[in-house]
Design a protein around this ligand. Sequence first.
Ligand SMILES: NC(=O)c1ccc[n+]([C@@H]2O[C@H](COP(=O)([O-])OP(=O)(O)OC[C@H]3O[C@@H](n4cnc5c(N)ncnc54)[C@H](O)[C@@H]3O)[C@@H](O)[C@H]2O)c1
Length: 472
Amino acid sequence: MPVVQRPSSGPSLLGGSIVLPVNECRHDLPPRRVSPWTGEAGTSGTVAVVGAGKMGLPLAAQFAGHGWDVIAVDVQEAVVAAINAGRSHIGEEPGVAELVASAHAAGRLRATTDGAAAARESDVVVLIVPVMLDAAHQPDYRYMDSAVDAIAPSVHTGSLVIFETTLPVGDTRGRFAPRLEAASGLRAETDFVVAFSPERLYSGAALRNLSTYPKLVGGLSAASTERAAAFYDAVLDAEIVAMTSAEAAEFSKLADTTYRDVNIALANEFAAYADRVGVDIREVIAAANSQPYSHIHQPGLGVGGHCIPVYPHFLLSRAPELSLVARSREVNDGQIEIAVAAVREAVGGSLQGVPVLVLGITYREGVKELAYSRAIPLLAALRDAGASVSAHDPLLGDDEIRALDAEPYRWGERSDARAIVTQTGDARWRALDAAWFPDLSILVDGRNSLSGLPLPAGVAYRGIGVGVPGRS
Ligand SMILES: NC(=O)c1ccc[n+]([C@@H]2O[C@H](COP(=O)([O-])OP(=O)(O)OC[C@H]3O[C@@H](n4cnc5c(N)ncnc54)[C@H](O)[C@@H]3O)[C@@H](O)[C@H]2O)c1
């Protein structure tokens, strides 16, 4: 057998590195337009997509691309105006701008702020507005409640209402179906049907994921599951998975995302131990994952974005006994302390007045999203310790950096920073030149992406489970 370079470059599930094949479209397009839509194969109707954001707009474009008449509903006038001009307002999402333009030109995509009117005209209503967390880590329903209240009076006999937004287990049946019934005066499962089908897309690959990831569908009854599955079968090319209940579908999304949070917490604990015993965690994980049942994720400065750090709390809000889930959240949120402690040690104790540069402010590279980015508490922790904080992110302008109480750093400029912390794994950090930072004492590589970067003698390198104390 050949001797492989360590770490092995063998197959891995890490970070979505298994690329699923795209399913070719198997539909006869255009479908036959019917009104009302009854679920018959080969036919199309009208669908309202409520919440035309980063996920809703790709969905709307996909549905229109499969011959449906799509009404995008959003509370933001600017979003509605852009769609009605045939423009996508979301960046960094391959294929969406083209699909929006062609669907609009074909007269199959329009937008409105009037959810009630859209639902009245539609056979299907898909809700994809955010549910977030409040300060006490409980679900904050304000956007979804208001979206449901807007469409509910227009739900009519034969309507199919689908929730795609991630929800705590039981909400489709226990919270939202009664709200729809109360405002419409109709009975769910008798007059109209309701289902949950989680959105599982990865920002930056939405359209590709729509044609690869199996679509999970669970209704309030077998009839609603069947109707919702028929809808997705008409508009998607991926496999449709009919589940036994809305609750099973809700739980699946929380299980998938929470698994990743717990897995990353384990990787973070392993990284701390790797530091203690002087081994490189990347080598360990790559070797462990060469056993096909091992899928250990990567350690880092914690988990950001409005999915993975949020959904464990949706689970915990109904199941506080899930102590492993709670502990994992603590571990991942605590990771930024590693960076603060490393900088403190490198500069000899106090951070008072010490210039520190943070690179990568969005929650991950390439996605302009600050939600739950670990950069925000990292900047705050450095500031609270007295550091003079500057920051750079290729996706953020100077004003956006200043809004986070940091001084903008322009890439390539000379700086008096004594410490640099990378919070994202952006490939451009590899072009960093230590000559720009003559006073530099330490580079904290928060995503373990820079270990090969040449650093002058006297500048410490610290990764997460990579930089062995005393090795710099
Ligand atoms: N972004 C992701 O990576 C991702 C991935 C998988 C699933 N999701 C799911 O998708 C949901 C939406 O995420 P997103 O990234 O599209 O959010 P987003 O913030 O990009 O878009 C949400 C849109 O909803 C609109 N909106 C808010 N309240 C509304 C209302 N009452 N009526 C109509 N429109 C309203 C907003 O104006 C905005 O345009 C998330 O809560 C999550 O459950 C997101």
